[in-house]
Design a protein around this ligand. Structure first.
Ligand SMILES: Cc1cc2nc3c(=O)[nH]c(=O)nc-3n(C[C@H](O)[C@H](O)[C@H](O)COP(=O)(O)OP(=O)(O)OC[C@H]3O[C@@H](n4cnc5c(N)ncnc54)[C@H](O)[C@@H]3O)c2cc1C
Length: 457
């Protein structure tokens, strides 16, 4: 029997997805939310309901997500966790979402669709980054939120951006020592960010940032102006070698946590045909959106960090606004948006300063020839450069030349690096080079699950 279409399917139960679900359910829409995580919260509020540190230790911003998560779990939306949306197909009057969960894959027909899949950490390809013991700061923070655990020490943090400092502060608060934080924020950051200083001073980021910085300093040594970085070891990482202010040093490490900002997770929206553009300020591809969050595909909306990095508060507000727009498009009345829009403008204040200040250095974004760029297929930056010089027209031809981006991560960990290398090698702008073409399934799913869907829609 064919299922009746839902009014709205939301992919992702972070701040954007949760706020959208609460608002859409309140407006009377039949809503289904799928999230591949174990519960609500998304990246920022992961395990906020019942996690080991949900009542203390990770800070007010983390705990501030509890009210929204509690409203979400009692709202009249259907919720499916541990369920990954791997394909979206257009159908007359809407979409079909294919999602794989504990009971296998299923097809969910819907009139409208909201993608709220959040962000991914930007790739950080340095020599030795594929050694066991090297991971992202976000992964270590997930471990902290879900298990109250830190990886094996000595721990070195390296990179740039608020999340790296936040993790250092959270470790300090919980008594986990770090050996060093190697700050790769390039010189000239303050000059670049200066034009955006007035709005930053008027934003909550200043107060929060200073508090985090003070705590991060308590956790261990901070080394600034790091211009070269490598993980060294045989079976696993044993040391980190770095250069700061012209001096090279080697420190022992069992764990290296890398981070240089986050970028929109665009895979589902791109694979659904939504138009995306390169954003030079944020060095990432972003979907083209109306003020309500609708993409170039009618009825397909994106809210939160997957539409452009904006932070948790702005993501929740964008989710609620998208829910209202979707309700209106389905003929349901929705309240006036002016208050929400003003709040969204306030929540976005200060972002441009952060984007300019924490813009990662080219040296850590565009690796040297001998560095692995595509981890799954072990393709070096040199091989991708050679493909570009041999005439590969973009990441899709580079796939054919080198297999870069064809492994199980489907380019999640290398697509931006491949674009950056090819842009540098050819002198063409990243927008012209483009992003590796994404095709469903965008998440791993077994052939058996796909076969079992035959004839179900
Ligand atoms: C690793 C990491 C850690 C972060 N930690 C912090 C932090 O501590 N503090 C902070 O202020 N900001 C943090 N951020 C930034 C933060 O994610 C946001 O600003 C905010 O959470 C964005 O909210 P969102 O709802 O857009 O997305 P998210 O909160 O990221 O939620 C997206 C949700 O979508 C789900 N999802 C993704 N793809 C699929 C799919 N195909 N199928 C089903 N579900 C899917 C994910 O499981 C996730 O729950 C972090 C970002 C990352 C990448």
């Amino acid at each position: 029997m064919k299922a009746d279409p839902r009014d709205l399917v939301i992919v992702g139960a972070g701040p954007a997805g949760m706020a959208a679900a609460v608002e859409a359910a309140r407006l009377g829409l039949a809503v289904t939310v799928v999230d591949e995580g174990q519960g609500p919260g998304g990246q920022v509020h992961r395990a906020i309901l019942g996690g080991p540190l949900s009542t203390g230790g990770l800070g007010a911003d983390y705990e501030g997500g509890r009210a929204l998560a509690e409203a979400f779990v009692v709202c009249r939306a259907e919720r499916s966790f541990e369920t990954a949306a791997f394909m979206i197909e257009r159908r007359p009057g809407g979409f079909t979402v294919a999602a794989s969960g504990p009971a296998g894959a299923r097809l969910i027909p819907t009139r409208a669709l909201l993608i709220a899949t959040g962000a991914l950490e930007r790739p950080f390809p340095i020599p030795g980054w594929t050694l066991p013991g090297v991971m992202t700061a976000g992964a270590a923070q997930t471990l902290l939120k879900t298990s109250a655990m830190a990886p094996e020490g000595p721990i070195v943090l390296a990179g740039t951006g608020p999340l790296l400092l936040l993790l250092a502060a959270q470790y300090a608060r919980l008594g986990t020592n770090i050996e060093a934080l190697l700050d790769t924020t390039p010189s000239g950051a303050a000059r670049r960010a200066l034009p955006f200083l007035p709005e930053f001073l008027a934003s909550p980021y200043l107060r929060k940032g200073l508090a985090v910085l003070v705590e991060a300093r308590r956790g261990g040594r901070i080394v600034r102006r790091v211009t070269a970085l490598a993980a060294e070891g045989v079976e696993r990482i044993e040391a980190v070698r770095f250069t700061a202010r012209g001096r090279t040093e080697r420190i022992a490490a069992q764990t290296l946590l890398l981070h240089q900002g986050v970028v929109p997770q665009v895979h589902l929206a791109m694979a659904s045909g939504a138009e995306h553009r390169w954003c030079e300020e944020r060095l990432a591809f972003e979907p083209t959106l109306t003020p309500d969050g609708e993409t170039s595909v009618q009825g397909l909306y994106v809210a939160g960090d997957s539409g452009g990095i904006a932070g948790a508060e702005a993501s929740a507000l964008a989710g609620a606004l998208a829910a209202r727009a979707i309700a209106r498009s389905l003929g349901r009345p929705a309240p006036d948006d002016r208050t929400l829009r003003r709040a969204l403008d306030r929540a976005r204040r200060g972002r441009r300063f952060l984007d300019a200040y924490y813009r990662p250095a080219d040296a850590f974004r565009i690796p040297a020839d001998d560095v692995i760029a595509c981890r799954c297929e072990e393709v070096t930056a040199g091989a991708i450069r050679a493909a570009a010089q041999a005439g590969a027209q973009g990441p899709n031809q580079a796939k054919a030349f080198t297999r870069a981006g064809m492994g199980p991560c489907q380019g999640r960990l290398c697509a931006l690096t491949v674009t950056a290398i090819m842009a540098q090698a050819t002198g063409l702008p990243p927008d012209e080079i483009g992003h590796a073409r994404l095709r469903p399934p965008v998440k791993p799913v077994t052939l058996g699950e796909i076969a079992a869907l035959a004839g179900k829609d």
